[in-house]
Write a protein that binds this ligand. Sequence first.
Ligand SMILES: NC(=O)N[C@@H](CC(=O)O)C(=O)O
Ligand SMILES: [Zn+2]
Ligand SMILES: [Zn+2]
Length: 428
Amino acid sequence: MTVLLNGQVIGEGGELRTAAIRLRDGRIAAIADQLEAMPGEEVIDAAGRLVIPGLIDLHIHLREPGFEEKETIATGTRAAARGGYTTVACMPNTSPVTDSPEVVERILASNRESGSGVRLLPIAAITRGLSGDRLTDMAGLKEAGAFAVSDDGVGVQSPRMMKAAMREAARLELPLVAHCEEEDLLIPGACVHTGEFAEKHGLPGIPPEAESIHVGRDILLAEDTGVHYHVCHVSAESSVRLIREAKEWGQRVTAEVSPHHLLLCDTDIPGPDPAFKMNPPLRSKRDRAALLAALKDGTIDFIATDHAPHTAEEKKRPITEAPFGIVGLETAFPLLYTHLVLTGELTLAQLVDKMTRIPADRFGLPWGELKEGAQADIAVIDLEAERTIDPETFYSKGKNTPFAGWKVKGWPMMTLVDGRVIWREDGI
Ligand SMILES: NC(=O)N[C@@H](CC(=O)O)C(=O)O
Ligand SMILES: [Zn+2]
Ligand SMILES: [Zn+2]
């Protein structure tokens, strides 16, 4: 048994209050203003610290199997634990692709063997080899433990294929998670948003409608299938508009946004630096404002990092050739706390909700809340701790972040899953 004493929890009305939390048999046995430590009980002194449900990230890349030089399940989940995450969902663009039950089982086994303690939910492919032309055996994948299906990394180009995928996913009650990108609208070497920065540097751009045309198409395709259709990493105002409308008419659509799209726009890119290259790209000020408004009003449901590690060597290539993607697990909470909560854009309660309860709720997961009887998945955060982001200190093999050098507050100090400490900062 463990008891966390004197922590600050977020109350019903969003206010902070001091509370003690008793953990027993992997669950939260009691939450009270005060509790007495019992003989033999492990005591964690959380005085002055925020105690919240463990963070949930439903969109990350762990690169195993096949790209272990970028990240492994062991390194990526350790990075997750350090970031305050207790549950993460990993995308299938590995090698081999997660398109067979064997790969799903291998991912789950690797996580068990790593002893990370993080709950790992494998997302399987929609099409074999992410080729876009043949559906995977979704029933077999689900049976093996797949949590959703996605061809993340590429868009499903054929509307006919997407419709078939939606019908099958709906039948099996598997969420369909879409990377929205119409390749017919892309020019070779396109690497940043079609806008001010691309123009200034003479770089080929990725237009916002390359994303939103798929969002609109998919909403129409999903309409009579009953599928849970989820839009990955929304970046464009036009996508927000379509999602908002679809929700208004009652469609089963959800959406996520990444920390970098909430905090940066194309005009913040200092130069043609691959640390700022990700897919979808950082868009205009206006897009960014629309994303924030959509997150506030619930049009965009929650935050997911799209943690996408690459090697330093790959990210040293010219911006037109370097791979898309940036890491995010170890910096998401402090970045968002500092730049959205301390600036007054979101309340602390809203931010935490959009990183815990809401993703769990939308995908029917039993975690994400601090309440008696719930599984004891917990993050302990020091809201006052202030540090400069230094990629060299990351547990992740990926050091590719546009936020190096940013001084931010609100660092995770301890992470527990099932009432067991899976990571703690030295000295606490
Ligand atoms: N987001 C990225 O820029 N890259 C992702 C792929 C993806 O999420 O589409 C990757 O796998 O590297
Ligand atoms: Zn994607
Ligand atoms: Zn991704």
